[in-house]
Design a protein around this ligand. Structure first.
Ligand code: SF4
Length: 64
């Protein structure tokens, strides 16, 4: 999995919960309204290490 970004805290994307957002690359749709179209044709490998992102998420489980 190519991960291009990690937003560690979001207060609006999962109502009534703290959340994190992971931005991945490689979507094969072409929605005209896409907020992250710069990631669709991105040739670079993800800038985030998937193992580090998963470790971060595991560490955050059950924390409020
Ligand atoms: S909005 Fe963007 S990321 Fe989501 S499915 Fe459409 S093209 Fe893919």
């Amino acid at each position: 999995m190519k991960i291009s970004g990690l937003q560690k805290i979001s207060l609006i994307d999962y109502p009534d919960h703290l959340a994190a957002i992971i931005f991945t690359q490689g979507c094969n749709f072409r929605c005209v309204y896409c907020h992250n179209s710069q990631l669709i044709n991105c040739q670079k490998n993800g800038s985030q290490n998937p193992r580090e992102v998963l470790d971060f998420l595991k560490n955050r489980q059950k924390k409020t």
